[in-house]
Design a protein around this ligand. Structure first.
Ligand SMILES: Cc1cc2nc3c(=O)[nH]c(=O)nc-3n(C[C@H](O)[C@H](O)[C@H](O)COP(=O)(O)OP(=O)(O)OC[C@H]3O[C@@H](n4cnc5c(N)ncnc54)[C@H](O)[C@@H]3O)c2cc1C
Length: 459
């Protein structure tokens, strides 16, 4: 008889697991708490002149040199990929910084930018020593023995003579949109070369984005089993009964399954389990999410109010910059994604499309206010330890885990891969042709990070 698998959480991790399992012949039921699949990869429907236009909202782009498997998925689904120039504009009470080498702030911090580059060279050399060069083109490879895993980047920066003012005025406003937090002093130094390759502090960069909105990815992945996708189903209990699972949602509906893949946040897993083991309580109860430490990115306003941008540079920001960060006199950081400067399919709709986090000013022309509990997990040593320990729970008693708390960092490729690895552990083969060595290497490495050696399956 075909095994029935319940997947809890309809972000890219859960949808990826369900997609892979369904292709492999498993019977799948996918449960999502919200009204649509996508998780953080939300699609927003803007009201524009003469109708509507759809765009991504939060997950807006990806570094193509690292997202090998995610791009294979898009190719297979026939979803177009566009190149997207990425640049940041930072406004402070003393002036602005915008990666063009011209601004007063850049000149003021010129010594520290030089020291920053020295730090990048130093960390790169240390990383090279511990990791073969061939493994550098990957988000997935790191050496457990590298001491820079344990030393915060902030401390290293201070050791290299970089001031906390530089950290707060340049580093945090630029990278808050990548880490989804302003609290980054615990970020390990080992990550610096990777960060610089994705978002260099001093230069604009380029990423990939969807030709349309992320909705089409989720629609196409689930089209063959659309009748088994249950949105508006918040799973609140997962119980073992007579060798099967009984899965219950917040409205009292129940479903049965042979195995369960959890692709939601660790807190939701813990709340749903009937009698969690000691290890489950320790790991799920201690996973730290960005909103546990800093609420900056947990609520946001979707709007068209351009008056929140400084008048002097307003038009420039609206047309040329993807992220606008503003530090006010009190030191609070407000961050705005300029969506209408990003996605090619909505660029010319004539409506400013803005998403503002931690808004410090009154905002008009609001299209929606959204709260996002546990948007992503914190990049920290504690979470890395939890991630590594998760291998002792994978597959135990028919339960599997994927999603951000099972990956070393937050990222769409990482979450997607975690879903594929969970599906593979159940029995689904690696879903793509094996002729892309970088994609295969990433999958194998993700498997090594998530699964005990004795349980790993060859692909
Ligand atoms: C503001 C922001 C911007 C980002 N930008 C980018 C970017 O540009 N590029 C990039 O690569 N990554 C980006 N990320 C990271 C990206 O969101 C993640 O890597 C990825 O989308 C996470 O996917 P996931 O499936 O693991 O989790 P999620 O997307 O969080 O999905 C988890 C799902 O589980 C559901 N769920 C929770 N509890 C239950 C329950 N009890 N029952 C049923 N369902 C439940 C949730 O509703 C949610 O849909 C960003 C993240 C944020 C927060």
């Amino acid at each position: 008889m075909t095994e029935k698998i319940a997947v809890v959480g309809g972000g890219i991790a859960g949808t990826g697991a369900a997609w892979s399992l369904h292709r492999a012949g498993y019977e799948v039921e996918l449960f999502e708490k919200g009204p649509a699949l996508g998780g953080n990869a939300k699609t927003f429907r803007w009201t524009v002149e003469g109708g509507h236009a759809e765009s991504p909202l939060l997950v807006v782009a990806w570094p193509q040199m690292y997202y090998h498997n995610y791009e294979l998925l898009l190719h297979e689904l026939g979803v177009g990929i566009e190149k997207l120039p990425i640049s940041y504009f930072v406004q402070t009470p003393e002036g602005h910084f915008c990666q063009d080498g011209q601004t007063a702030l850049q000149q003021r911090f010129s010594t520290e930018f030089r020291r920053w580059n020295k730090l990048v060279t130093f960390v790169t050399k240390v990383n090279d020593f511990f990791l073969p060069k061939s493994k550098h083109d990957s988000l997935y490879h790191f050496s457990y023995f590298n001491p820079l895993n344990f030393i915060p980047l902030y401390w290293m920066a201070r050791l290299f003579g970089i001031s906390s003012e530089f950290w707060d005025t340049i580093f945090v406003p630029i990278h808050c949109a990548s880490f989804i937090t302003t609290s980054m002093r615990g970020v390990p130094a080992v990550i610096l070369p990777l960060l610089e390759s994705i978002v260099p502090l001093e230069e604009p960069t380029q990423m990939g984005t969807w030709r349309g909105a992320p909705r089409q990815v989720f629609d196409r992945m689930t089209a063959p089993f659309a009748h088994k996708v249950h949105t508006d189903h918040e799973i609140t209990s997962v119980k073992r009964r007579n060798g099967r699972f009984v899965i219950g949602d917040a409205r009292g509906r129940t479903y049965e399954a042979d195995k369960v893949v959890f692709a939601c946040d660790a807190t939701s897993v813990l709340n749903a389990l009937e009698s969690p083991s000691w290890l489950q309580r320790r790991l799920f109860g201690n996973a730290l999410y960005v909103d546990d430490v800093d609420p900056t990115f947990s609520r946001f306003v979707v709007h068209s109010d351009t008056s929140i941008l400084p008048e002097k540079n307003r038009q420039r920001i609206l047309s040329d910059f993807n992220t606008y960060s503003e530090i006010n006199e009190a030191g609070a950081l407000e961050c705005t994604f300029v969506i209408s400067a990003q996605n090619p399919s909505i660029k010319d709709k004539g409506v400013p499309m803005l998403v503002t986090f931690n808004s410090q000013k009154a905002i008009d022309k609001v299209q929606k206010r959204i709260e996002l509990p546990h948007p992503t997990h914190e990049v920290s040593l504690r979470n890395l330890v939890i991630m590594s320990m998760m291998r002792f729970l994978q597959g135990k008693d028919g339960m599997y885990y994927c999603g951000t708390f099972t990956t070393p960092e937050g990222g769409h490729d990482l979450s997607f891969m975690s879903g594929l690895v969970a599906a593979h552990l159940i029995g689904a083969p690696y879903p793509f042709a094996r002729d892309n060595p970088l994609a295969v290497a990433d999958f194998n490495q993700m498997q090594r990070m998530m699964v005990r050696a004795t349980a790993r399956q060859p692909i």
